[in-house]
Design a protein around this ligand. Structure first.
Ligand code: GLA
Length: 390
């Protein structure tokens, strides 16, 4: 895939010196919809990648080609604006704008971007694009930012330019994940540690529902608003910044509107589940961790209400087999992927049975990705230098 993107770069912009940035996807093991409330999350880098080829231009043009959409877009460094007709370009332009805001003149740039992270599947192809452009911009301009500044910059691009009020988990994990580890991130303090994944004989499998997530960003922003409202009410009783600071959420059962309370209860309990999960994983207790995955899914379905029939079907199916330890929606939900933890030798049977049943229930085929935890973009691109000849 990398070679194809590099070839496309040469076809579009000619030979010479350019660089290629490799950026993985992410899947969250547990801790869903709590990053924007200061909670703990436990994502991994996933071996699906975006490859971004680029180099500086002498003029002020920004020339972008999307390999996957086979679309070309062009503007200049003085005229960067949101592009309704080119949604994919906004994730790039948003980061360039943020780079410009750092105060250094932005050079012209030509970029070809593409890869095999499925779009709309909840594996955060958007954050992968943002991070890849942030890495590329550093290499091209020679400006080196601290890892945390890169992560925050990429998130600001999504919050302010793209307009999704996302938390920091995706950009963080896509940049700093580590091979064979999960990343335990405290989204309030931004402290993190790596948790080695000791799961003898077990694998993570992603089942892509192939459900369109057209409504997802409006539902997402609505949930963010609703939990912010909960914080404002609770602040009258207790000094908190986030829902994860609350001592006992049950105290607020009658003080919050019913629906808001359900959302807050999810956040409170999910946060505890993450720390319990880390203990299970560290003990090599796959059954214990799997159980927490199922509980997390139930909570996202009933309390946070971000699941859908397809995801619930896959989780329900998984519960029939002792070889499957746990399953839950991963990412923002409302479609996208279900993450399944199961015995490796059971995967072929699981895939063939589920495909048949899913197809007859929803008249569409799910897709399956057997995934490995890989290094984030920071580690992937340590050796990429400013001078690479092709
Ligand atoms: C999206 C957001 C993340 C996070 C998840 C849900 O992926 O970008 O910040 O909130 O949803 O956990």
């Amino acid at each position: 895939m990398k070679e194809q993107i590099e070839k496309a770069f040469i076809e579009n912009f000619g030979r010479g010196t350019f660089i290629t940035i490799t950026t993985p996807a992410r899947a969250n093991l547990i801790g869903e919809h709590i990053d924007y409330q200061g909670g703990y999350v436990l994502p991994i880098g996933v071996d699906k990648f975006i490859f971004t080829c680029g180099r500086e231009r002498k003029d002020k043009s920004i020339k972008l080609f999307s390999f996957n959409y086979n679309q070309y877009f062009e503007t200049t460094t003085d005229e960067i604006r949101y592009q309704k007709e080119y949604p994919w370009a906004n994730y790039i332009l948003g980061v360039l704008v943020e780079f410009k805001k750092l105060g250094n003149p932005l050079p012209g740039i030509e970029i070809v971007i593409g890869g095999n992270i499925p779009v709309g599947s909840g594996l955060s192809s958007s954050a992968a694009v943002e991070i890849s452009i942030a890495v590329l911009s550093q290499k091209i301009t020679g400006i080196e930012l601290e890892p945390i500044e890169v992560i925050k910059l990429a998130r600001r691009a999504e919050n302010e330019f793209v307009g999704v009020a996302c938390g920091i988990m995706d950009q963080f994990s896509i940049y700093l994940s580590k091979k064979d580890n999960a990343l335990l991130l405290n989204c309030k303090t931004l402290d993190y540690k790596y948790v080695p994944l000791r799961m003898e004989g077990h694998k993570f499998l992603l089942v892509d529902t192939k459900k369109e997530r057209s409504l997802s960003s409006s539902v997402y922003n609505e949930r963010v608003r609703s939990v912010n409202e909960a914080v404002n009410i609770i602040k009258k009783y207790e000094n908190i910044e986030f829902l994860t600071d609350v001592k006992d959420i049950h105290f607020y059962r009658d003080k919050l509107p019913y629906e808001t309370f359900k959302r807050a209860l999810h956040i409170f309990e999910e946060n505890h589940r993450v720390l319990e999960s880390v203990m299970s994983i560290e003990k090599g207790d796959t059954d214990g961790f799997g159980e927490l995955m199922y509980l997390s899914h139930e909570s996202l379905k009933d309390l946070y209400e971000v699941s859908c029939e397809e995801l619930d079907f896959i989780v329900g199916f998984s519960k029939n087999f002792k070889e499957v330890k746990g399953a839950r929606l991963t990412g923002a939900g409302m479609g996208g992927c279900c993450l399944v933890l199961l015995e490796g030798s059971f995967i072929p049977y699981f895939i063939s049975e589920l495909t048949t049943l899913y197809q007859s229930a929803f008249s569409k085929k799910p897709e399956f990705y057997e995934i490995q935890p890989v290094d984030g973009a920071f580690y992937q691109n340590l050796l990429v230098s400013r001078l690479q000849s092709h």
